[in-house]
Design a protein. Sequence first.
Length: 346
Amino acid sequence: MDLSTDYMGLKLKHPIVASSSPLSETLEGIKLLEDSGASAIVMFSLFEEQIRKENEAFDFFLEFGSESFAESLNYFPHIDTSPKRPDHYLNLVRKAVEATDIPIIGSLNGITNEGWIDFAKQIQEAGASALELNVYYIPTDIEVSASAVEQRYFDILKAVKDAVSIPVAIKLSPFFSSTGNMAKRLDEAGADALVLFNRFYQPDINLDNLKIDPRADLSTPAEIRVPLLWIAVLYGRIKASLAASRGVHSSTEIIKYLLAGADVVMVASTLMKNGPQYLSVLINETDNWLTARGYHSLNEARGVMSRQNSKDPGAFERVNYIKVLESFENPFSSAIASKRIGNHLR
Ligand SMILES: Cc1cc2nc3c(=O)[nH]c(=O)nc-3n(C[C@H](O)[C@H](O)[C@H](O)COP(=O)(O)O)c2cc1C
């Protein structure tokens, strides 16, 4: 079975990529991911706030007037000793590139296009094969329009594309009024890949201490539905590669993503839970399923269940919603009916 795939120009031996997570925070962790079979590794993210703090570029923050920036600085209390310091990050990229034979993809997380973009270039110079941009922006200011939020993504993408020559992927939120149009415009703006989707950790309320709880849970397989929909819809309609991210806990989710049209499938939570070694199980099971179905290569199978190749494109639209609702029956209908009859006889 030829599982090879092309991800934004990177030739990978199979489509299963280690997603950005703490597993890549050390060289040992990175080597273990490679030894366990990852076809590429996306490093943990370095945050704009960390880079800017290191650069002591606070003037920009004062001009920009972002309260959220000040707040997020408090979130990095041990920045001076953190292994996530920008210079440590570059060193780790350098060492990872030397120590492995698979593409190492740097990851930057930012929400503005100033004060940190040069760092993208330094990641390229450290030897990264590509860069993933994670725009984790929550527009809590209700005066900010949808178009202003979208413009932020384009400004960041353009600034980074201008700074580097390696491929650039952008990791998106699904929360746009027109997610497909946003994907199309990012493709036209030069994104080499779209990572669908970022997982947002919405705050929870702790009822014991009445504080906002920042606890993060690992994903569940039920989360694949939103990325699956958009990968199936976008397949064949944009140039950028499609990376599926979210909810992979077995080869079942991987196969669904590939049939929908993903070029690669990224995994984080399941590796945090089962260890990097679980990658070999995922790869073997994916291979076995495709072989048993008579495919000779991943290219033959990719996208066969996409909207473009579907005999029933309505299944991706409103019609599906109506069908789904109609498929439910009221589980209490017979109890209600017998109660009604009982009342009637009384
Ligand atoms: C503990 C943990 C840390 C993560 N750190 C990052 C990060 O630094 N940057 C990033 O872009 N995504 C990060 N992610 C998100 C993952 O890369 C991935 O997109 C998300 O968890 C969905 O995939 P999954 O269902 O396989 O976990 C993290 C996820 C987990 C579970």
